[in-house]
Design a protein around this ligand. Structure first.
Ligand code: EPU
Length: 444
């Protein structure tokens, strides 16, 4: 299992480009199941989660040309209806195939995703949405069997849960409704930019979706969907992570393809802390801007609460915790999406961070210098926060289990090294050491 060896204390400078969004690309790929036409996706990032989705789609009868970059997909065998546990357990986002399969094939059997590193992660809202559209849902041998022999029917559906809207749940119900009879209204829909990107693709395929980006979606069902060619939006979480990398090293970094238009809550917190994001090019299309990141010498503490979009994203909570370890004074982070998503806290403490957690809230007493240490990654964004800490820590930090990072960042070490970091990928070739899981966890 590979690890990163990071020599801390180097100031980052230079220019890199932000890759396509993983969380946008996964449901976009699943949309290939909804049409007999060809779906061409561009700017698909080269990540293990994307390969896993490709693997799943192939087992469901989709022919694919390309694994990332430009990917062409077409259904060759519409009779496959079983999403097996061995793939689903590698990636929670496999649930994305539920809506497309039910809409087009009227039957799907998909292994129930388990819990993950940061909580129980239920899928009740996905299932409620499908039932509202007329599907019958059963659980058998750990598989969800969803059927709608007469096809789906439009309905009015409320998709809010205890922690707000659901991103993939909205993607699933919205996609299923494109082929349902009549009108579907989704209330408390997720407003995330990844949902907007999916609605854009589906409309290119012939769907009739209105309201994407807001909490009420209106979808008028159509008979069938056709071919489309679509470019995936840049990844706002990768953009935010590399902006934090610039900030923790007091660097001067320019990031191309920066989707600042959908990152106002993040820009707002950066400003409070003393990190400056300046648009230097691409003013006419702020989803693809070029942004220069610089920071004040002294960083200020702040308060962050994660929320559904357009609030502060949970997927940047861990990275901002590392940043706030460097601010002068006490900061507070409250996690309102996944109250257990704090696997990074104990590892940051091993590097000298002073963080006190009580339930979903952490108080970060910033200012103590971080010191290099061996630390262990436990999920994707926690891993990113440890790499960021390693960039600024005194001495050497070794982050193990970086397969988590490869799920969501394309060759992160190469990107950061271009900017002047010193990160070596230490390859472990002779199998997993004792006690290491043979399998990636599935939190995405
Ligand atoms: N929830 C329910 N019932 C459901 C579904 C969700 O109660 O049926 C709850 C969840 O437990 C959570 C909240 O609703 O408290 C929001 O979860 P959501 O369904 O929005 O999460 P998701 O769609 O499964 C996506 C991203 C996650 C990201 C979340 C929140 C993908 C592939 N994954 O997950 O990304 O954290 O939205 O923004 O799009 C990551 O990239 O590191 C990652 C975990």
């Amino acid at each position: 299992m590979d690890s990163f060896r990071i020599q801390g204390g180097r100031r980052l400078a230079g220019r890199i480009q932000i890759e396509g969004s993983k969380n946008a690309a996964l449901p976009l790929m699943a949309a290939a199941l909804c049409t007999d036409g060809e779906l061409t996706l561009r700017n698909v990032p080269c990540l293990s989660d994307i390969s896993n989705m490709g693997r799943l789609l192939r087992t469901l009868g989709v022919e694919m040309d390309g694994d990332c970059g430009t990917v062409r997909m077409r259904v060759a065998d519409p009779n496959q209806v079983h999403a097996h546990y061995d793939i689903v357990k590698t990636m929670r986002a496999s649930i994305c195939v539920l809506g497309p399969m039910l809409a087009r094939r009227r039957r799907v059997s998909i292994a129930m995703p388990g819990g993950c590193a940061f909580g129980s992660r239920p899928i009740d809202l996905h299932l409620r949405g499908m039932q509202a559209l007329g599907a019958k849902i059963e659980l058998n041998g750990g598989d969800i069997i969803a059927t709608a022999p007469e096809g789906l029917k439009g309905a009015t559906i409320f998709l809010g849960g205890p922690n707000g809207s659901t991103v993939l749940g909205t993607a699933n119900v919205m996609t299923a409704a494109t082929l349902a009879k009549g009108r579907t209204v989704i209330e408390c829909a997720a407003c995330e930019p990844e949902v907007v990107d999916l609605a854009l693709l589906l409309n290119k395929m012939g769907a009739r979706i209105q309201g994407a980006g807001g909490p009420r979606l209106v979808i008028d069902g159509v008979e069938s969907l056709g071919s489309a060619d679509h470019t995936v939006i840049p990844d706002r979480i990768v953009a935010g992570t590399y902006a934090v990398a610039a900030a923790v090293t007091n660097g001067d970094v320019t990031l191309e393809e920066f989707p600042i238009d959908c990152m106002m809550s993040v820009v707002d917190r950066f400003n409070e802390i003393g990190v400056h994001l300046q648009v230097v090019d691409g003013f006419d299309d702020l989803m693809h801007a070029t942004v220069r990141v610089t920071s004040d010498r002294t960083l200020r503490p702040t308060t962050i609460t994660t929320q559904p979009h357009p609030g502060f994203p949970t997927d940047l909570q861990a990275q901002f915790m590392t940043l706030l370890c460097l601010a002068n004074g006490n900061s507070i982070i409250t996690e309102k999406i996944y109250p257990e998503r704090f696997m990074h806290v104990a590892e940051l403490a091993r590097m000298g961070a002073e963080i006190h957690r009580q339930g979903p809230t952490c108080v970060i007493s910033g200012g103590a210098p971080l010191k290099g240490a061996p630390v262990m990654a436990s999920d994707l964004r926690a891993s990113a926060s440890l790499v960021l800490a390693g960039l600024v820590a005194e001495g050497t930090t070794e982050v193990s289990r970086i397969y988590h990072l490869d799920r969501g960042y394309t060759r992160m070490e190469e990107q950061l090294n271009v900017l002047g970091a010193s990160i070596e990928r230490v390859r472990q070739t002779a199998g997993s050491p004792a006690g290491e899981p043979a399998m990636a966890s599935s939190e995405g």
